[in-house]
Design a protein around this ligand. Structure first.
Ligand SMILES: O=c1ccn([C@@H]2O[C@H](COP(=O)(O)O)[C@@H](O)[C@H]2O)c(=O)[nH]1
Length: 292
């Protein structure tokens, strides 16, 4: 499958081949120490490469947390470029967790950094924030779609302090009365449905971040409606270290469960370095049993 194939189709193929586990690449200082690696650019590069090696052939998706590479400045970015390239060469789908957002022209430049084919930081998808309005991300969504790339828009994030803002109710716009999280989710579903060949796509190329620790109904997300067509990719952090249980996956996500990508970092990386491959193998099976 070529890189220009829509991201949603590539994600669907990965789901079929490897299931729905995404392994986060988060080289926390404590994990580097546990793995016997220095807290330096070399350390995060080695951590990332060993993780890629353990994931390849066992699971299909990785999510490097860019903050942990950025801690090491320019050398950290060089390390990250190497990890991204090795992951993509190994056939893994790479979601860069960068959470960028700004006025439209600037967010488009972020899109060029992370999603433009040939860029040093090229990834398959990136996370972005629509805090400056859904219109501010239009340009990056269009550019991503033409390059076969994906975008995940923060909607209801897994951290408890997010609810006060993300459950706030809109006063203006065509979505007045919706919560922020609901309006973003509806906007993304609508964007996917507006693509020319939307009806024939299994999954849209734009998804949302809906944390597994969140009561999504209280956030205004409709979990009882028919699943959208194309399906909505849902990047779901919050399982594992943050406390959400895989056995609750269907209850947490309701009719959106089919598009859920279970993203875990510390709960898996903590088994490394020696037990990492086995931890991934085991979690892939557990996610498979819990998913729809
Ligand atoms: O709502 C969100 C969005 C992103 N994250 C990121 O996911 C991982 C979670 O790591 P764990 O070790 O599995 O808790 C981390 O990189 C976060 O920045 C999130 O947690 N919640």
């Amino acid at each position: 499958m070529s890189d220009a194939t829509p991201f949603g189709e590539r994600l669907d193929a990965i789901f079929a081949a490897y299931g729905k586990l995404c392994v986060g690449i988060d080289p926390h200082a404590s994990l580097l120490d546990q793995w016997g690696l220095p807290d330096s650019a070399e350390g995060v590069r080695e951590f990332g490469l060993r993780t890629v090696d353990a994931v390849a052939g066992r699971a299909g998706i990785v999510k490097p947390q860019v903050a942990f590479f950025e801690r090491h400045g320019a050398a950290g970015y060089v390390a990250l470029e190497r990890v991204l390239a090795e992951a993509r060469d190994a056939g893994l789908l790479v979601i860069a967790d960068v959470k960028r957002g700004d006025i439209g022209t600037s967010v488009e430049a972020y899109g060029q950094a992370w999603l433009r084919p040939g860029s040093g930081l090229e990834s398959d998808a990136m996370t972005i924030s629509a805090y400056q309005g859904l219109g501010s991300i239009d340009g990056v969504l269009t550019a991503a779609d033409s390059a076969g790339k994906g975008v995940f828009v923060l909607a209801a994030t897994s951290n408890p302090e997010a609810a006060a803002i993300q459950r706030a109710v809109l006063q203006q716009s065509s979505r007045a009365g919706n919560t922020v999280a609901q309006a973003i989710t509806a906007g993304v579903i609508g964007w996917n449905q507006g693509r020319a060949d939307a009806a024939s796509r299994p999954l849209g190329s734009v998804g949302v971040v809906l944390g597994a620790t969140v009561d999504l109904r209280t956030s205004g997300i409709d979990l009882d409606a028919e699943p959208p067509k194309p399906g909505l990719p849902v990047l779901a952090p919050g399982f594992g270290h943050q406390g959400a249980e895989l056995s609750d996956l269907r209850a947490i996500y309701g009719s959106l469960a089919g598009g859920v990508i279970v993203s875990e970092s510390r709960s898996i990386l903590g088994a490394g370095p020696d037990g990492l491959a086995e931890a991934i193998r085991r979690r892939v099976n557990e996610v498979g049993a819990a998913s729809v």
